[in-house]
Design a protein around this ligand. Structure first.
Ligand code: FMN
Length: 196
């Protein structure tokens, strides 16, 4: 089988996997995943993407950041802090042994609109998921309220104007069993066009 066919198979093999287990991507594999992310297309080579690896005790500690940020959002919205929700924030990074946060740092440029910088960071996130899949790991791209929370951004060293594009949960498949490959159909996706 040719290399190109293998690569196309990886596109379909990438599926969101909600619960992933140890082992996390090994050091060399993580390096490959990060380099694949950094290979994303990027208008003007601004390199607007940033990566934060959360693993082990650091990941656990970041759960407290998420829990505190949830409570602060509640306080500023004048709503009650729900203990179960706060606990979910504190523990949710436990759904995989490693979480890779992909962010976009806003660069002031007349040539590349912010939307394109976000698109480059999203391409980086997808590259990371595909590389993880190719290396035999499971992945899941998640977002949610913390992605838009300035306190969470600050904890990651980002400005409020920057964006958290993805929380990529990475790890091994439970019992080593990957999910079924994707089998998308194109129904409704093709917009016909012909000259007027
Ligand atoms: C920008 C973005 C944000 C996402 N956020 C979430 C999320 O917060 N929670 C979630 O369960 N899935 C999230 N997903 C994953 C989608 O739910 C998932 O890709 C979709 O259900 C298709 O499944 P598949 O990835 O296995 O093909 C997100 C995907 C993208 C691209």
């Amino acid at each position: 089988m040719s290399r190109a066919v293998d690569a196309v198979e990886v596109l379909f093999a990438r599926r969101s996997t909600g619960r992933l287990v140890a082992p996390a991507p090994a050091r060399d594999d993580l390096q490959t995943i990060l380099r694949a992310a950094a290979a994303a297309p990027d208008h003007e080579r601004l390199r607007p993407f940033r990566f934060t690896v959360l693993e082990g005790a650091d990941k656990d500690a970041f759960g407290q950041v998420l829990a505190d940020a949830y409570a602060a959002r509640c306080v500023s919205a004048g709503i009650e802090v729900v203990g179960a929700k706060q606990e979910k924030e504190r523990t949710k990074l436990g759904r995989a042994p490693l979480v890779l946060v992909v962010s976009a740092v806003r660069r002031a440029t007349a040539i590349v609109p912010w939307e394109e910088q976000l698109a480059a960071a999203a391409a980086a996130a997808q590259n990371a998921c595909l590389a993880a899949t190719a290396l035999g790991y499971g992945s899941m791209w998640r977002t949610g309220e913390p992605s838009y929370d300035p306190n969470v951004k600050a904890a990651l060293g980002l400005d409020a104007a920057d964006a958290i594009v993805a929380w990529l949960y990475l790890g091994s498949y439970r019992e080593g069993v990957p999910p079924e490959p994707n089998d998308p159909d194109l129904e409704g996706l093709l917009l016909p066009w012909s000259p007027p």
